[in-house]
Design a protein around this ligand. Structure first.
Ligand code: GLU
Length: 550
């Protein structure tokens, strides 16, 4: 074994001993059964919806139990770090109302960025070296590639272990010679390498059995780097111990690493936390399903939901239902208020179905007041559709009147025409003079109506001439009915069918109404016309109808 003096000389002279960190981060005084959970995003890309899903579960479990939810930024892979990723995290967690109890410098167990915890990792790497539970490895990339190639060729399991581990049992004199040369090295964990199966408990999956770890994994990256950063595995053991995490909730892809992690906890003399591995979110594809992919699926990014303007509550409700099927069966408010139970999280990855999410979102939006919707649309538009903002601001009353059409506490079946905030323009844009494009009488929509352009013009002119903004819906419609008869439209579609020659307009009240609908809304389908006209106000109704009259 390498002399302690040689080991210590590799580290800063004033590096604290483990006892220092133990004291600095004492065992938490929390009620029994309180869980300390953490979410550990890496700023190497956008936040994945699966990450939000895990964060939501982490936070819920911690809060329900009277514990604490920690956000730990796992930024040890600085080469792959993406600029702006940190801001995107903040944005995502804010949007979804999932702030952490401990993050950045706020909390007693920080720093919460791994890149700022170098001293801590060094203390424990030195300790493992001193105890012979870790060693210096000078293997070059070429040597490692050669090991890999020979393992492949002989069908041996890949890795740096047993006889393949070039530096595991080297003569200390050789190690010292390398150090004297100034050769760069990594620190590797000396795996106890048991030839058995590892057994452990997962809070979701129950008792599991896995191949035990035999690899001497790297725990501290190359000494050639300016900052000596740990690998994920080592940081996990050190951080989750010192942050006093009780329950590690993370993606299923880490299950196979648990045997290694348990070896690390044991070597460091730390009690291991409990684990819960969450099944990944899936996507339906022809003939099956696959994991939502960062690369292939835009809906894998949390930004997608924010940009599209899905209300946060609707997304959270949907995700809770994916986590615990029970929560999809109860109303939104109840689901957001009910605990997520790890024991009810499935082992198979749930499907993310955007159509389902849109339905949930439309149902939710239908329960909101016009004021709430307008506020939400405006907030969304400020970031994603800035040109909409001045229109909404200038036309608040019109916007509220438009949103009040077939909506409100007294309406038994409120409109479900808004599925997300980005749909506002399409569903409500026509109300606003700034956003409305009048239809041309000779354009496609009028042509499809099958009424001669001159007749359309004459009908519109007559309508504008005598228009009265009547309050009673039936009386209001009578204005169209009377004009329809006058212009040779049948009073009922049936009449037209039975006696087409009697109606020179070639249409019935249906087509006559569509003339006014197209004039007012620019579309063949719209909310109740009388309600639309009332929201628009007489001046605007006349302006639009006159535009058609030409
Ligand atoms: N940084 C890890 C990841 O991005 C976190 C895994 C964990 O929660 O331990 O997957």
């Amino acid at each position: 074994m390498l002399d302690r003096a040689v080991i210590d000389a590799l580290f800063p002279a004033d590096l604290p001993e483990p006892a220092h960190w133990e004291q600095r981060y004492p065992v938490r005084q929390l009620p029994q059964h309180a869980e300390v959970t953490r979410f550990g995003p890496s700023p190497t890309g956008f936040v994945h919806i699966g990450g939000l899903y895990v964060a939501m579960i982490d936070r819920d479990v911690a809060h329900r139990s009277g514990g604490s939810y920690v956000l730990r930024v796992e930024d040890t892979d600085q080469a792959r770090e993406v600029a702006g990723a940190a801001a995107q995290f903040d944005n995502a967690f804010n949007y979804f109302g999932l702030p952490a109890d401990e993050h950045d410098e706020s909390g007693d167990y920080g720093p919460y960025h791994q890149s700022r915890r170098e001293q801590i990792y060094l203390t424990y790497a030195r300790e493992l070296l001193r105890e012979g539970k870790a060693y210096l490895c000078f293997a070059t990339p070429e040597e490692l590639a050669d090991i890999r190639a020979r393992q492949d060729a002989t069908k041996m399991p890949p890795g740096y272990y047993a006889g393949w581990a070039l530096w595991r049992d080297r003569d200390p004199a050789e190690v010292r010679a390398k150090l004297d040369e100034g050769a760069p090295y990594v620190v590797r964990f000396r795996s106890p390498g048991v030839e058995a199966r590892a057994r452990f408990r997962d809070e979701i999956r129950g008792e599991l059995e896995h191949e035990d770890n035999r690899n001497d994994v790297v725990i501290l990256k190359s000494s050639a780097n300016e900052v000596r950063l740990p690998t994920y595995h080592f940081a996990h053991a050190v951080d989750d111990h010192l942050m006093r995490t009780t329950l590690v909730i993370r993606g299923e892809e880490w299950i196979s690493s648990v045997p290694l992690h348990l070896q690390l906890f044991a070597a460091l003399g730390f009690p291991a936390p409990r684990y819960a591995h969450i099944a990944p979110l899936m996507k339906q594809i022809p003939g099956g399903k696959r994991k939502l992919s960062k690369r292939k699926d835009s809906e894998a990014s949390v930004d997608f939901y924010i940009e599209q303007g899905f209300p946060a509550e609707a997304v959270l409700y949907y995700l809770r239902g994916l986590a615990n099927g029970r929560l999809a069966e109860v109303p939104l408010a109840e689901a957001l208020d009910s605990p997520i139970r790890l024991t009810e999280c499935g082992v198979a990855g749930p499907l993310v179905d955007l159509v389902k999410l849109e339905d949930i979102s439309a149902d939710h939006i239908a329960t909101l007041s016009g004021q709430q919707i307008l506020d939400a649309v405006r907030t969304w538009a400020a970031d994603h559709d800035p040109e909409l903002v001045p229109v909404l601001d200038a036309r608040r009353d019109l916007a509220l009147a438009a949103l009040a059409v077939e909506r409100g506490a007294d309406v038994p079946n409120p409109r479900k025409d808004l599925r997300k905030w980005s749909g506002f323009r399409e569903a409500y844009g026509f109300f606003f003079p700034e956003l409305f494009t009048p239809q041309d009488v000779t354009g496609e929509q009028f042509t499809q109506l099958g009424v001669a352009p001159d007749l359309v013009r004459a009908f519109a002119a007559d309508f504008a001439e005598a228009y009265q903004p009547l309050e009673d819906s039936g009386e209001w419609f009578n204005q169209i009915r009377e004009l329809a008869t006058k212009h040779g439209f049948a009073a009922k579609p049936k009449d037209l069918k039975q006696n087409p020659e009697a109606y020179p307009a070639g249409g019935s009240i249906r087509e006559a109404s569509q003339i006014i609908r197209l004039a007012l809304t620019g579309a063949t389908r719209s909310p109740d016309l009388h309600a639309v006209a009332t929201a628009l106000g007489t001046d605007e109704v006349l302006r639009r109808v006159r535009a058609v009259a030409g």
